[in-house]
Design a protein around this ligand. Sequence first.
Ligand SMILES: [Zn+2]
Length: 444
Amino acid sequence: MSEILIKNADVIVTMDGARRELVGADLLLRGGVIAAIGAGLATTGEVINAAGCVVTPGLVNTHHHLYQTLTRAVPGGQDALLFGWLKTLYPIWARFGPEEIFTSAQVGLAELALSGCSLTSDHLYMFPNGARLDDTIAAAQEVGLRFHPTRGAMSIGESDGGLPPDALVEREAAILEDCIRVVDRFHDAAEGAMLRVGIAPCSPFSVSRDLMREAAVLARDKGVMLHAHLAENDEDVAYSLAKFGCRPGQYAEDLGWVGPDVWHAHCVKLDGQEIDLFARTKTGVAHCPCSNCRLGSGIAPVRAMRDAGVTVGLGVDGSASNDAGNLVAEARQAMLLQRVSRGADAMSAREALEIATLGGAQVLGRSDCGSLEPGKRADLAIWDISGIEAAGSWDPVAFLLAGPMRVRDLLVQGRHVVRGGAMVTIDLVAVVARQNQLARALRQ
Ligand SMILES: [Zn+2]
C-alpha cells in the first residue's frame, strides 16, 4: 500500500479527544488512512516536508449550492433580503442545464479545496433542462473531494402560492422516484466512503407538508441523511407561523425532521425551546455566517447552541449569497460574529477551527473524518505560515484564521488534490475559462 510521511510540521492540530496540538511529530499515511502519529517515523514512500507549516484535519463544508458559482454578485440580487433575492435569481437558474451544473460545481469544489476543505455536502434543488444530481457527482469525482450531494426539490410553484416559478418545480412523485434512483445508484454507506447521498427538499416554503413527511420516511428506509433550510430569517419564521400555525422547529418535529440523521441550514432564528429540541434529538446545524450577513438574516445563536450540546458545522452556502466559497474565511467569520453578538470571549479561534473540522464531520455523520488520529481517513490540510502575513505571529494555531486563506497542500484519502497551492486534479485555467464563457451566455 502507498505511504506518505509528513515531516517537520511546526504544529499538528489533531482535534482528537484531548484536542492535542503536537510539536515535533510526524504523520504517516497508508492506503488512504492515518497509520501513525509520533516522533521519528520513517517510510519508503513519499516524504512531504511541512517545515514552516501547520497541519490540520481537512475542513468540512456542511452547506452549499455549488451551481450558484455561476451567479455571483448578480445585480438586483446584491442588496435584497432572502425572498426578494430568490425571486431575482430563479429566472436565471431556470436557464441552466447539465453543462452549467457540472462546470459551476467544478469551480465551487476547487475553490473549497484551495481553502482547505476535504469533505463537502451540496444541496441541489432544481433540475432544469435535463440537469441531474449525476452532473455534480461527475464534477466531484474529477476534483477528488469527499462528497455528500443531496437530492433537493421544489414542488410548490408560484401558481400554488409558492415562491419559485412553475418552470423550476417538479411533481412530487417524480421527485421521490429520482431520490430513490440516486440513492440506489450512488450512496455508499461503508466507512471511508467518498460519496454519500442525502435527501433534501429545499425548504418548508417550497415543498408540501406531504413531501417533507415522505422524504423523511424514504431517507430512513434507505439509511441516508436529511437536509433542508430552516428558520433562516424573520420572513421565514413569519411564513411558518402564517402558513403552518407553528414555529419552524415545531414544524420540523411534527414531520419527522429531527434526529442525528438530520441537519438544517442556517437556523438563525431558533429560539431557546428549539435549541433544546435540537440538542435533545441530536439534530445538526449548518452555520453559514457570511451568507447570513450578506442577506442581513441575523446572527445565529451558535454560542447558545454549542452550550446546549447542539452539533454545529460550518457552511459557505451558495455563492449567490456569499459571494465566495472560502471555508477558512468562513471559520473566521463565525468567530467574529459570535464576538460581535456576545463579547470577545464568546468564541476562540480554536473553537471556530473545531466547528470547521470535527463539528462538520459530526453533522454529516462521519466518525471516520474530522480529526487526525490513527485509523481515521487521511484527509488533511497543510497551511504555510512562513509568509509575510504570518511574520511576527506568536500562536500559529490561533493565527490560522487570520492568515493564509489558501492551503499549501490538501490531501483527501491520502491523495493530493492541491499541491504547492495549485489544483493537481483538474485543469483549473480551462475550467475557469469555461465557467466565464457560460456566465457570459447567461447574461445575454
Ligand atoms: Zn442554502
